[in-house]
Design a binder for this molecule. Sequence first.
Ligand code: HEM
Length: 167
Amino acid sequence: MDWLWAAIRWVHLLAAMTWIGGQLFLVLVLLPVLRRTLPSAQRTLLVAQLGGRFAVVGWIALALLVVTGFLNGERRGVAWESLPAAQSTYGQVLFAKLCLVAVVIALTFLHSQIFGPRLTRLATQAADNDPQAEAYRRRLARLSAIVSVINLLLNLVIVYLAARLVS
Ligand code: HEM
């Protein structure tokens, strides 16, 4: 049985690495280079395509985190229905972690399913030289970048809470 629990924990860790490592690479490596090398409309189009591909990987990772996270909790005998009123530090930390995971899932949906497709459409239309559409595209691109940075910071807090769970 221990090997099975180790495998579940392994999948939880790998999914967390893929999800957060991918975001860190985008924000710390890819975007700064693209900002220096590509004009704005072209950059938005390329980032939207990369984001679309990473969204698939991200949703699979988030689904795996929820399933293996639930199993992790089952192993620890977590009383899910009374988690909001947990007295133990483990329960309180896990509840705080799950609240942040819910916010992360909502922000990921907003970013990948609403902002992403809209930015792709606007970047494709950028050739029409409509200054109003261009101004809107730049504002939406900035808002989208802010949402993705907030999402990344929340994920880093989730990992800190997770470290508290297992220490
Ligand atoms: C963005 C989503 C999530 C991330 C980044 C994340 C990350 C982590 C990490 C890095 C660990 C430490 C693993 C270890 O050292 O064994 C962990 C542990 C844990 N996670 Fe998550 N997790 C996420 C979502 C969830 C969800 C949705 C649940 C519950 C439904 C969950 C439940 C747990 C539990 C119970 C543990 C502790 C396991 C133990 O006590 O051994 N996690 N998580």
